[in-house]
Design a protein around this ligand. Sequence first.
Ligand code: DX5
Ligand code: ZN
Length: 235
Amino acid sequence: MRGPMTISASILNADFARLGDEVRRADAGGSDSVHLDVMDGHFVDNLTFGPVVAAAIRPHSTLPFHTHLMITHPLAYAERFARAGSDLVIFHVEADDDPDAVIDAIVAAGRRPGIALNPETDASVVLPYLARVDLLLVMTVNPGWGGQAFMPEVMPKLRELRAEVDRRGLSLEIGVDGGINLDTIGDARDSGGEVMVVGSALYSTDGDLAPTVAALRDAALRDAALRAERSAERT
Ligand code: DX5
Ligand code: ZN
């Protein structure tokens, strides 16, 4: 069944000149985890950072680090990000390596595995791996950049995956990544999401992130209550 909602702060749109401070803002603002977007210029067009930077910011936070590998060869890097202090290492099912081998490598490095799928990838592609991962990350933008618009057309797939996870009684969490803000978090939550990855909606604000984190939690609850009310009126 759907577990509690958590907020994972994506630093992709943070100020890269002061990443340590930006990660501290996520901690101080009440985020539940930090989301590190790693891009290799092949799997996606953009480039971000590698394990050296991940290790450098690790001491600035006590939160779990979720590393989202948008890279073609996750097998070659899983262990390096594990050593850099990533608690959870997420790779894409569309990457070139065998997903079972990547999961094995993450587990062998003593970390928790997660698997991500792009908006256009069918739910059936990840089903064989659900029992082996701790997080299923459903992309609601095409990966590559922060600040893109949430794709509501992914919600039927999210609901389908939620139903499958529940049907099989699996304990993994479902994350939603891309375009999550005050207007979209309700949809993502209502469709079965638990770990809400939030980038630009957090880091476009200066100073204390706590009011935005609180507003996001409220928006998810408020929207759910409204929807329940509306569906009760219809019956
Ligand atoms: C997209 C990344 C996301 C994204 C989140 O490639 O995986 O984590 O940057 O940022 P927003 O919330 O701005 O979409
Ligand atoms: Zn991400």
